[in-house]
Design a protein around this ligand. Structure first.
Ligand code: CMC
Length: 392
């Protein structure tokens, strides 16, 4: 009650307090639990960062070993859940396949239905971290009509994911350690980003005491949109479009500046970063490295670099403080690794998962937790007399 203020897009409204991720958008700073993204990118890895986000501290060696072992033990999918994939059309986009399968986890693990029981939350946390890569690999396998591979837990989480995605039963897949490292790093960069659209969705759904699987399934759907996680797919499609039109960056930038319907510079701009996105700087370096190492000479990389240079020296983008965000160069790396464009946002979801879990757990344990229930400013009719159907 009291004064209701209108804030479309929650530009100035904090919906919670949080001790997980700190962003200073003017200075280009991102820290998880106080540790800078640059240090974590260089010195940590995805599972360790997952532990940090979820439990609040860097693990000791024993804690990390136990955590890793627990996650590795839960990578298998129930055989009936595996059959779930048969029902989708072969050309299904893997994002709704991912969110549907995560939603279905509630039916296979009905012990998860009490989100106020810390033991259930803990086991759901482990199940999600372990099974999402398997689900993601199967969504891909389904789309190419290849057999599903069982997880092989002698491999690390990221390596296992690459193996289940690109491996075949008849030919052992030799995972390139450089690719594992690069993908692991990209997951670290995506692992949390405070109250973005998908994370806010996870919190809002969870605030009704819906369980972790239901909340994260909703978060995956929020991530799907091109203004959020779907931007990495949209960037590649944009670069391909420019390439097909002869690589003319100027014409494209002019279309963006003229605000042609539906034409934006995808992978540029951010609600919070108004200087630069620190993740984008690391991604750009990684793109150079990975493409160099794989010997990939992608003309789209040249277009992306020209586009960035052109935009950064143009008043339209300078005045609006639009810089490349995390999605601008990631697609080129994923493409070089062999992922089809439609899998890009799935990779974002795999990276963001520990952040969603950490934020959901913080929300459920918040002493001032309340169901999320925004107010509105009503703009409709005040009151009207009902009119019988034959008099309308
Ligand atoms: N291309 C062209 N113009 C843009 C762009 C862009 N990418 N982004 C913002 N603008 C313009 C916008 O039209 C507006 O202009 P004006 O003042 O003349 O009306 C001004 O810049 C302010 O933009 P806004 O839409 O009010 O900013 P927002 O904070 O509401 O939106 C955004 C942030 C990320 C949705 C937006 O910048 C955008 O649509 N970017 C392209 C999609 C994208 O790359 N998304 C990924 C975001 S980062 C990772 C993630 O969250 O997944």
């Amino acid at each position: 009650t009291g004064l209701v203020t209108l804030d479309p897009g929650f530009v100035n409204t904090a919906a919670c307090s949080s001790a997980i991720t700190y962003i200073d958008g003017d200075a280009g700073i991102l820290r998880y639990r106080g540790y800078s993204i640059e240090q974590l990118a260089e010195r940590s890895n995805f599972l360790e960062v997952s532990y940090l986000l979820i439990y609040g501290e860097l693990p000791t060696k024993t804690e990390l070993d136990e955590f890793t072992e627990k996650v590795q033990r839960h990578t298998l999918l129930h055989e009936d859940l595996k059959r779930f994939f048969d029902g989708f059309p072969r050309d299904a986009h893997p994002m709704p396949v991912l969110s549907s399968a995560v939603s279905a986890l509630s039916t296979f693990y009905q012990d998860s239905l009490n989100p106020l029981d810390p033991e259930q939350v803990e086991i759901s946390t482990i199940r999600l971290l372990a099974k999402l890569p398997t689900i993601a690999a199967y969504a891909y396998k389904k789309s190419v009509g290849q057999p599903f591979l069982y997880p092989d837990n002698s491999h690390g989480l990221v390596e296992n994911f690459l193996r289940m995605t690109f491996g075949l039963p008849a030919e052992p897949y030799d995972v390139d350690p450089a690719l594992v490292k690069a993908l692991d790093l990209l997951f670290v960069l995506h692992a949390d980003h405070e109250q973005n659209c998908s994370t806010s969705t996870v919190r809002l759904v969870g605030s009704s005491e819906a369980n972790l699987f239901a909340s994260i399934s909703a978060g995956i759907n929020a991530l799907f949109g091109p203004l959020h996680g779907g931007a990495n797919q949209a960037v590649l499609e944009m670069l391909e479009g420019i390439h097909k039109d002869g690589g003319d960056v100027d014409t494209f930038v002019n279309r963006v500046k003229n605000k042609e319907a539906g034409v934006k510079l995808m992978g540029f701009g951010h609600r919070v970063y108004k200087n630069y996105d620190p993740r984008a700087a690391i991604v750009k370096r990684t793109a150079d490295e990975v493409l160099g190492k794989l010997g990939v000479n992608d003309p789209l990389l040249d277009i992306a670099m020209k586009l960035e240079e052109r935009a950064l020296s143009d008043d339209y983008f300078v005045q609006r403080k639009l810089y490349p965000n995390v999605d601008f160069y990631t697609g080129l790396i994923y493409k070089a690794m062999g992922f089809p464009t439609r899998m890009f946002t799935v990779l974002f979801a795999l990276g963001r998962l520990p952040g969603w879990i950490a934020q959901w757990r913080e929300m459920i344990n918040d002493p001032v937790r309340k169901i999320g229930r925004p107010r509105q400013l009503y703009t409709g009719y005040t009151e009207r007399e009902f009119v019988a159907i034959d008099e309308r």
